[in-house]
Design a protein around this ligand. Structure first.
Ligand code: DX5
Ligand code: ZN
Length: 213
């Protein structure tokens, strides 16, 4: 299981400390949430901050773009150190082209589905995906509660992946906790994003260890 702590819940006043914490932990990727205040009702941070994160991060940067017209920025994000880019199905008119552009820049490419978007929307694009991220909350904020319908979406997605794109990973984002992560893995998830569950816990290193055990 791949664990990707979300820096959205980190201490922005002391980001280096939290990056080093993740470096020293058993976590696998850094999950980086980019929000534009248009696609989602919140603004987070952009390329200059990611460039600073990259200076200290010793693990891959998994960049989740919650922005309209993401294609305009693929090259910028590649330059500041993104290793994986995921774009929203709901934000792309030409998803096939978007995924090709990301991959042609040497990064892994994935599609994100909002809670209301059905898995079968991926039927004709799954072959191009290195990963699919299922949102298990409405995107925009950390610390929200998990939407239970996600379990059945994971199982449907797993079935599609086995049928058409066996190397594609399933990533889950939103409301992931020590209470639900086992059920998520059992349902077919390969990769879990966790923000609040890690950074709001008393001992993040220990929490990460518990996720990974
Ligand atoms: C929400 C973001 C998530 C968020 C998850 O829009 O995509 O990555 O940081 O936070 P938690 O784990 O607190 O729900
Ligand atoms: Zn995210």
């Amino acid at each position: 299981m791949i664990l990707a702590p979300s820096l959205l819940s980190a201490d922005f006043g002391n980001l280096k400390k939290d990056i080093e914490l993740i470096n020293e932990s058993e976590a696998d990727w850094f999950h980086i949430d980019v929000m534009d205040g248009v696609f989602v009702p919140n603004i987070s941070f952009g390329q200059p901050v990611i460039k600073c994160i990259k200076k200290f991060a010793k693990k891959p940067l998994d960049v989740h773009l919650m922005i309209v017209d993401p294609d305009r920025y693929f090259e910028d994000f590649q330059k500041v150190g993104a290793d994986i880019i995921t774009v929203h199905y709901e934000a792309c008119n030409h998803l096939n082209r978007s995924l090709s552009s990301i991959k042609s820049l040497g990064m892994k490419a994935g599609v994100v589905l909002n809670p209301h978007t059905p898995v079968n929307a991926l039927e004709d694009i799954i072959q191009e995906c290195d990963l699919v991220l299922l949102m298990s909350v409405n995107p925009g904020f950390g610390g929200q509660s998990f939407i239970d319908n996600t379990y059945s979406k994971i199982r449907q997605l797993k079935e599609l992946i086995i049928r058409k794109s066996p190397n594609c990973l399933i990533e889950i984002d939103g409301g992931v906790s020590l209470q639900n992560f086992k059920k998520l893995i059992d349902s077919g998830a390969d990769c879990l994003v966790a923000g609040n569950a890690i950074f709001a816990s008393e001992n993040p290193i220990k929490t990460i260890k518990e996720f990974k055990s």
